[in-house]
Design a protein around this ligand. Structure first.
Ligand code: DGT
Ligand code: CA
Ligand code: CA
Ligand code: ZN
Length: 582
């Protein structure tokens, strides 16, 4: 690693400490070290085997030298990892925006609970940011330019952000008299984990050919438009201030189905479908399915009619990826894909005992409000010191409180005990077996040392699976969408072992994770793995993230039967890895 990268990690750590109003001396020591490293004329990585030479650099003491060595060997340091769990990696993204410093980020978090770029955008859009002291128009404009730049660099958007943007445009369009329906197509309708741009289809009397001009004008006047890209006869394309592009198409009812089919894609699905149409003597376009010989329209108003005319069942948008769905639809053997209503419980969530924001009781009530029969409280373990993770003793006490709340619920919902226990660097589990043995739901997850080489990481997870009390593997690859790649791992080996031992793998419905991804989930099912879907909520409102995860399960062709927490509580518990006999 070059000096500049080392310096950057040290400076980031200082920033994170400052966001958390840490000890000013400590903050300064990291800043000074960052400067010293950056200004050093020697390449620090060449000192790996001579740590004493690090001490010769002014501003670097023993502790800092150890930090630098840790950064050298594994690309990060413990304090930084821990801070990133408390303060979200997204806050570092915020810091990169021009005009943003740690104090500003801290203020945004305290005043408006803004912790990422999208939330900042929302705070600008709703005018909330302007109500804060120090946020004058100039600064807000500067931030706005920074946000657009940030998105231009990544090019794609998280599913929840894309969905929220689509909902806002929809609300606006539906206010126009004669617009009756606004339907997202494209990757958003297919539920892809990230979205490149929005494709919105609009119908209603106002979209009839002779009337459409006024509706087009109205669309182009959507106030949050940052840049109008195109305004055609029945199409408007624009870019929002966030950088997200939106393509709106206004269509007469008669061709709505054909347009929806076409613009939902995927492109490869459409290519295959068109070939099928040609073989049967039809031509398929965004306007209709028509006969090749005389042009008679066979189907156009509804998607179902198009698929039906081609001898197929209607195909759920999530699986339109040309991965065998056309064949299955033609042979009438598409699976009945899982739906959110099939879920009976959510078994990964945090409370105030560690880094969650609500109490056990509040989580339980929120679970009832979502129609669940059970939830599991799974707080962090002690290795995650910055989250105030539980040690054996506190875990036992916490379990006692969970049982009390469970009793208090009087059967309205079952509150299971649990833990999200850390998988340590060597694959050991962070709490004692004695304690784990008493818990219903033991989820084991990696939260540190992401830079381990592939073999070591694989060994680490295989070793963790050997612990007979581990019943679920949490967010298995550690990725954060658009921010942090999955760590290197032999996933096949881990899935094989999980299947053999009966350990369930989690799909984490947090739109930042959605891990395991659709493709790996499908593979996990085929390999015989049990599958659980969880929100990993840190707040009652996050329980609603479930819908993003459900989309991924559907994309993985999973049915209700494939997912453990669709079962009633006793069957769910019986479906988990059996505990060793005492
Ligand atoms: P994205 O925006 O990158 O997340 O992905 P999509 O799937 O939304 O792609 P997009 O916005 O380029 O196009 C929307 C849909 O329009 C796409 O899923 C299928 C359809 N489409 C676009 N271009 C073509 C094409 O050249 N041929 C065919 N058959 N369909 C297309
Ligand atoms: Ca799109
Ligand atoms: Ca598009
Ligand atoms: Zn976790």
């Amino acid at each position: 690693m070059d000096n500049k990268s080392i310096a950057q990690l040290l400076a980031e750590t200082a920033d994170l400490l400052e966001i958390g109003a840490g000890d000013p001396f400590r903050i300064r020591s990291y800043r000074r070290a960052a400067e010293a490293v950056e200004n050093s004329t020697e390449q620090l990585s060449s000192f790996v085997n001579e740590p004493s030479r690090l001490l010769e650099i002014p501003g670097i003491g023993k502790g800092m030298a150890a930090n630098i060595q840790e950064i050298e060997t594994r690309g990060s340091m413990k304090l930084r990892d821990e801070l990133l769990i408390t303060y979200r990696p997204t806050m570092l993204e915020l810091l990169k925006l021009p005009g943003m410093g740690p104090k500003t980020v801290a203020l945004l978090w305290e005043a408006l609970q803004v912790s990422d770029v999208e939330q900042l955008q929302a705070a600008i859009d709703t005018g909330k940011l302007a109500t804060l002291p120090r946020f004058g128009q100039k600064l807000i404009e500067k931030l706005q330019r920074g946000i657009a730049e940030y998105h231009r660099n990544s090019g794609r958007f998280l599913l929840d952000d894309a969905e929220a943007a689509a909902e806002r445009v929809t609300l606006y369009l539906e206010q126009f008299k004669g617009i009756e329906r606004v339907m997202p197509a494209g990757s958003l309708r297919r539920g892809r984990e990230t979205v490149g741009d929005l494709d919105l289809l609009v119908t209603g009397p106002a979209c009839a050919e002779e009337a459409v001009a006024a509706a087009v004008e109205y669309t182009a006047a959507y106030p949050p438009i940052a840049e109008l890209l195109a305004k055609g006869q029945n199409k408007v394309s624009f870019r929002l201030r966030s950088g997200l592009q939106v393509d709106v198409r206004l269509l007469p009812e008669a061709s709505y189905g054909a347009a929806l089919q076409y613009f939902t894609g995927s492109k490869m699905h459409n290519v295959s479908l068109r070939q099928r149409a040609l073989k049967r003597g039809y031509t398929l376009s965004e306007y209709s399915l028509a006969r090749l010989d005389d042009g008679t329209v066979v189907a156009a108003a509804a998607e179902e009619e198009i698929y039906k005319a081609l001898g197929m069942d209607w195909i759920p948008p999530e699986i339109r990826e040309n991965q065998g769905e056309l064949e299955a639809a033609a042979e009438h053997r598409l699976p009945r894909l899982i739906e959110q209503i099939d879920l009976r419980g959510d078994v990964h969530m945090h409370t105030q005992a560690t880094d969650g924001r609500n109490t056990i009781l509040e989580m339980a009530e929120a679970g009832i409000a979502r129609g669940y029969q059970y939830i599991a409280i799974t707080d962090h373990s002690k290795n995650l010191a910055m989250t105030n993770g539980l040690d054996d003793q506190r875990a036992l006490e916490h379990m006692q409180r969970i049982r009390e709340v469970d009793a208090q619920m009087d059967g309205r919902i079952r509150v299971l005990t649990g833990i999200e226990v850390d998988i340590l660097g060597d694959g050991a589990i962070d709490l004692s077996n004695e304690v784990l043995a008493q818990m219903d739901v033991v989820i084991a997850s990696v939260h540190s040392l992401f830079q381990q080489p592939k073999e070591q990481m694989t060994e680490r997870l295989l070793k963790a699976l050997e612990n007979p009390y581990v019943r679920i593997l949490g967010h298995l690859t550690g990725r954060l969408l658009l921010r942090r790649d999955a760590y290197e791992i032999d996933l096949t080996a881990v899935l094989k072992q999980a299947a053999r031992l009966g350990v369930a793998v989690e799909h984490n419905a947090d739109p930042n994770r959605l891990d395991l991804c659709d493709i790996d989930l499908r593979r996990a099912r085929e390999m015989g793995c049990k599958i659980v879907i969880n929100t990993d909520s840190h707040h009652i409102s996050s329980l609603d993230m479930m819908r993003y995860g459900i989309r991924q399960l559907r994309r993985a062709w999973l049915a209700k039967e494939d997912v453990l927490n669709t079962r009633p509580v006793d069957e769910f518990l019986a479906g988990l890895r059996p505990r060793p006999l005492a």
